[in-house]
Ligand binder design. Structure first.
Ligand code: SAH
Length: 378
């Protein structure tokens, strides 16, 4: 797998060397990748040539064009079933309504909405998967209800002035990675009718702390001495990269705290950047190697509150959890508190990347530490 192995923007089905060769002519490869990674590679391919003529380099720029990533999302039953239940069990939200599906992928959410009785669904998708979505809509007999529009939400013309419902599955790793929330807010501001609804409408980010000596040894301390050589310069880089992985709930040492709730129906895009304080209280004597972030989303407009969590105590999803390794090992006693704050901002150069600043301190019986660490999700 390529450089984006830990991310939902994934590079599937292409040989790494081949891609390296093909992109080698770009003067600023990083920027090019980031600009195009979520959307059309801009090669002007139309419906007829897409499936056969997409090269490995296109997939590198446009991972959502390949079915592999959609397969992973569709097979994430926590994710997909929750959306299905929200739609099928709350038909009153959709009956005779105009719906906008932001980032429709295979069109699955649009199909759910059409089946639930929507008057019309506009399915907007910028990757080549839009061509598949069109075919899927036709094959399943929904062409009169669902219109698939291929293009960026920010660039397409919607054939209706307003919509009643916006539905989207925009969440990235660590909730905000990929910055697709910005696209949802753009659509909301432009097309949502007064009193219209956004699904989901709440998203919350949480933090907890874990014992993780084994993995930290393997991934971070490994670089201290590699076949007898000091490679600690790489260790500095490794510790800055949040790791997307599932955490065993037995590893959890402290309670969990809410960092931030976003109200998708009201918030401004500036609110996706924030600083939030936290206090984590140890529930046993242990050693802490990392903090762990995860999110939940909820659909508060349902007849009964619905949603799902990506936390370590819930059924695993493809988002897993996000692990931030600490430079220090914290020897913590039951009842002691880690005080800290987390600042989350989109990277200035590449807004799809996320910069995270973490302050933490422990004034414990066996351990006194105060430190600031910087992380970057890319
Ligand atoms: N709704 C589908 C896919 C979710 S993944 C499902 O639930 O299975 C998010 C999708 O949004 C991807 O297919 C991606 O290509 C698309 N997307 C991201 N940014 C977009 C934008 N600005 N305009 C249109 N589509 C976008």
């Amino acid at each position: 797998m390529g450089r984006t192995k830990n991310t939902k923007i994934r590079f599937e089905g292409a040989d790494e060397d081949e891609v390296a060769e093909e992109v080698a002519t770009c003067s600023n490869v990083d920027e090019a990748i980031r600009d195009e990674s979520m959307c059309d590679a801009g090669n002007g391919a139309d419906a007829d040539d897409v499936t056969d003529d997409i090269t490995s380099a296109d997939y590198y720029f446009d991972s959502y064009s390949h079915f592999g990533i959609h397969e992973e999302m569709l097979k994430d039953v926590v994710r997909t079933k929750t959306y299905q239940n929200v739609i099928y069990q709350n038909k009153f939200l959709f009956k005779d309504k105009i719906v906008l599906d932001v980032g429709a992928g295979t069109g699955i959410l649009s199909l759910f909405c059409a089946k639930a009785g929507a008057r019309h669904v506009y399915a907007v998708e910028c990757s080549h998967m839009a061509d598949m979505a069109k075919e899927i809509v036709e094959t399943n007999g929904f062409s009169d209800v669902i219109t698939v529009l291929k293009g960026k939400v920010e660039e397409i013309e919607l054939p209706t002035p307003k919509v009643d419902v916006i539905i989207s599955e925009w969440m990235g790793y660590f909730l905000v990675f990929e910055n697709m929330l910005e696209t949802v807010l753009y659509a909301r501001n432009k097309w949502l009718v007064d009193g219209g609804i956004v699904l989901p409408d709440k998203a919350s980010l949480y933090i907890t702390a874990i014992e993780d000596s084994e993995y930290k040894e393997d991934k971070i301390e490994f670089w201290n001495k590699v076949y007898g050589f000091d490679m600690r310069c790489i260790k500095k880089k490794a510790i800055m990269e949040p790791l997307v992985d599932t955490v065993n709930q037995n590893q959890i040492v402290t309670d969990s705290k809410l960092l931030k709730t976003m109200d998708i129906s009201k918030m401004s895009s500036q609110e996706a950047s924030f600083t939030a304080p936290f206090k984590l209280v140890a529930q046993r004597n242990d050693y802490i190697h990392a903090l762990v972030a995860y999110f939940d989303v909820s659909f508060t407009n349902c007849h009964k509150l619905m949603g799902f969590s990506t936390g370590p105590k819930s059924r695993a999803t493809h988002w897993k959890q996000t692990v931030l390794y600490l430079e220090d090992v914290l020897t913590i006693c039951e009842g002691e508190t880690i005080n800290g704050s987390m600042t989350v901002t989109p990277n200035k150069k590449n807004p799809r990347d996320v910069d995270i600043k973490l302050n933490y301190s422990l004034d414990g019986k066996h351990c006194k530490v105060s430190r600031t660490q910087h992380y970057k999700m890319h």
